[in-house]
Design a binder for this molecule. Structure first.
Ligand SMILES: O=c1ccn([C@@H]2O[C@H](COP(=O)(O)OP(=O)(O)O)[C@@H](O)[C@H]2O)c(=O)[nH]1
Ligand SMILES: O=C(O)[C@@H](COP(=O)(O)O)O[C@H]1O[C@H](CO)[C@@H](O)[C@H](O)[C@H]1O
Length: 332
């Protein structure tokens, strides 16, 4: 597509025997501006492809309706064939508000109900594969304050332009605004303090990925259904590392989506997220976690608090036994 640039890989890979394509590819980098919706609709039709948009949502009643409304026009324009809010065991009015805004709402527990649903973003994304049918699947967070159709158009662009590309990550400016709306610092604390250091140390070829943990990303169903999904926040880094391992840098792309602000979690909550991200990444680097809880402390260093950690990973969707008409999974 016009305006696409490429960011050369670091060229260091290949010395450890990984596929020759790893380390010799380039990380395709484009902008959402390169992908006018009408061009994408035509390309999608010409390729006979369908596209699903999934918004994983846990207790997002405050923002989900506006986010759905931001993306709904893409359904009318024929770029997105289905818009699903995957309700992730919410306890608020997320589902009602998403439905009222025009989304199809699917509850995590209703997808493969014979498998008990657990809390977690990765669980929601994994279940969404069973609730959608698109050849291309885009995922966007439901707590984003400046969502627009360009997010999804940008994500689908490289998948429609480059047959070799199977995973696309969004990137953006992530300003954190202070009380009078002025940018105070940049978001992405787990990205900057956990994911980016790990990738640069152990997968330097992915060092050019601007937002490796971006909650706005898209992939070909054939890839997504072939990968395991950590049930928690480790899902993004896991999919990125697994896709890189399978496809090399040539199978990946990133797209500038402009600016993205979202509801921010506490530092304690992000400490637990960082543990999940690190565990998922290190497992793929050959290190299994030994701990099963995150101990954090009150500001005075006393009062330790334990948060259980789970490192459960759902198996590749494609490996699941087909469901009989009775709804029970066939044993294999
Ligand atoms: O158990 C969960 C946790 C998060 N999410 C959703 O995943 C997206 C990103 O989660 P969150 O905002 O908590 O992460 P952050 O963006 O703060 O890193 C949001 O739409 C959440 O509602 C989810 O579906 N299930
Ligand atoms: O990028 C990050 O460091 C975290 C936290 O961002 P903030 O520090 O709250 O801006 O947010 C991302 O990471 C999560 C784990 O992969 C994703 O699930 C979120 O969608 C993404 O926003």
């Amino acid at each position: 597509m016009a305006g696409e640039s490429s960011v050369p890989g670091d060229g260091s890979a290949g010395s450890d025997g990984r596929p020759a394509s790893v380390g010799t590819g380039v990380l395709r980098t484009s902008s959402h501006l390169d992908h006018p919706v009408e061009d994408l609709v035509a390309a999608k039709a010409a390729q006979g492809l369908t596209a699903s948009l999934v918004l994983p949502a846990r207790n997002e009643e405050a923002t989900v309706a506006e986010v759905v409304s931001a993306y709904l026009p893409l359904v009318g324009q024929g770029l997105v064939d289905e818009l699903v809010v995957l309700d992730s065991l919410s306890t608020d009015r997320t589902a009602a508000r998403a439905a009222a805004a025009g989304a199809r709402v699917v509850h995590a527990a209703d997808v493969r109900p014979e498998l008990e649903a657990v809390p977690g973003k990765g669980e929601a994304l994994w279940r969404s594969l069973g609730a959608t049918t698109g050849d291309l699947v885009a995922f966007c967070d439901a707590d984003v304050l400046d969502a627009g159709p360009h997010f999804v158009a940008g994500l689908l662009g490289p998948l429609l332009a480059e047959p070799e590309v199977a995973l696309v990550k969004g990137f953006y400016q992530r300003p954190i605004l202070d009380d009078d709306g002025e940018p105070r610092e940049t978001g992405g604390r787990v990205t900057e303090l956990t994911a980016r250091p790990l990738l640069n140390l152990y997968r330097p070829e992915l060092g050019r990925m601007v937002q490796p943990l971006a909650g706005e990303w898209a992939g070909r169903r054939s890839l997504l259904e072939a990968l395991p999904f950590p049930v928690g926040y480790g899902v993004e880094v896991a999919v990125l590392l697994d896709a890189h391992e399978r496809l090399g840098l040539g199978g990946l792309a990133q797209v500038d989506l402009g600016c993205r602000t979202h509801r921010r979690q506490s530092q304690d909550a992000l400490g637990v997220m960082a543990a999940q991200v690190a565990a998922a990444a290190l497992r793929r680097l050959g290190l299994e976690p030994e701990g099963h809880a995150m101990v954090q402390f009150s500001p005075d260093g006393h009062a330790p608090r334990e948060t259980p950690l789970t490192f459960v990973e759902r198996p590749p969707w494609a490996s699941l036994a087909p469901v009989t008409e009775a709804g029970a999974a066939l044993s294999r």
